[in-house]
Design a protein around this ligand. Structure first.
Ligand SMILES: [Zn+2]
Length: 217
């Protein structure tokens, strides 16, 4: 959920407005007690990090009404004062929980579960540049292990095929094929592509993984 948030600039100068109200994405749950959360922050501070080109960090302090503890969200912001582009870069403390997968999935592809949890840990720690690669790699293991499970005689071809070709050739589940066709990032095995479209692709990838886990389990 994105909301207009009143932001205070503690270093108010003539060329930086004292108060901004950018649209910030609110955290969906408390990282401490895991309860669903949609409140506005208690206060937010805006710190400009580079005066020559507009790049800044916004720090928001939240109070969870359930566990009555505070946590902090940092946002990176770019653009201009009238139109700030913001994204969550880190949440403190880092969420400790990790995704639980059905037994069928961990039996089918233990490597998928291992890589996915590492990527999730990276994402929770604010390592946004590498978690996308991790999710992409995890997905590849899940779908290839699934394809090998249904076509064990073609294991060697499946292992060496690019992921999108593997889906086209060896996966008959219509839902997964349809999703794959809509995922622009899937045809690109190169790391630089994922980096270039990091935000959109990471959430797209996670939705895709979630759907594949649902269809396969
Ligand atoms: Zn809480």
């Amino acid at each position: 959920m994105r909301k207009k948030v009143y932001v205070v600039n503690p270093n108010g100068t003539d060329n930086i407005p004292l108060n901004l109200n950018p649209t910030l994405e609110l955290p969906s749950k408390c990282p401490i007690c895991e309860t669903g959360y949609a409140n506005l922050p208690l206060i937010s501070y805006f710190i400009q990090s580079d005066s020559s080109c507009f790049a800044a960090t916004i720090y928001s302090l939240h109070l969870c009404p359930h566990c009555e503890k505070c946590f902090m969200v940092t946002y990176s912001a770019s653009g201009n004062y009238n139109c700030l582009e913001t994204k969550i870069s880190e949440i403190f403390p880092h969420p400790e929980s990790c995704t639980k997968f059905p037994l069928r999935i961990s039996d089918l592809s233990p490597k998928f579960v291992e890589i996915y949890l590492q990527a999730e840990k990276a994402e929770n720690s604010g390592l946004s540049e590498i978690c996308g690669l991790g999710y992409r790699k995890a997905l590849e293991f899940l779908l290839k292990d699934f394809a090998i499970h249904t076509h064990p005689e073609l294991a060697e071809q499946i292992k060496s095929a690019p992921l999108n070709q593997c889906i086209k050739k060896y996966i008959s589940a219509e839902n997964i094929r349809t999703l794959a066709e809509r995922s622009a990032w899937l045809g690109n095995d190169e790391a630089h592509y994922i980096k270039k479209h990091n935000d959109r692709d990471v959430s797209d990838m996670k939705s895709f993984v979630e759907a594949c886990v649902y269809f396969i389990s």
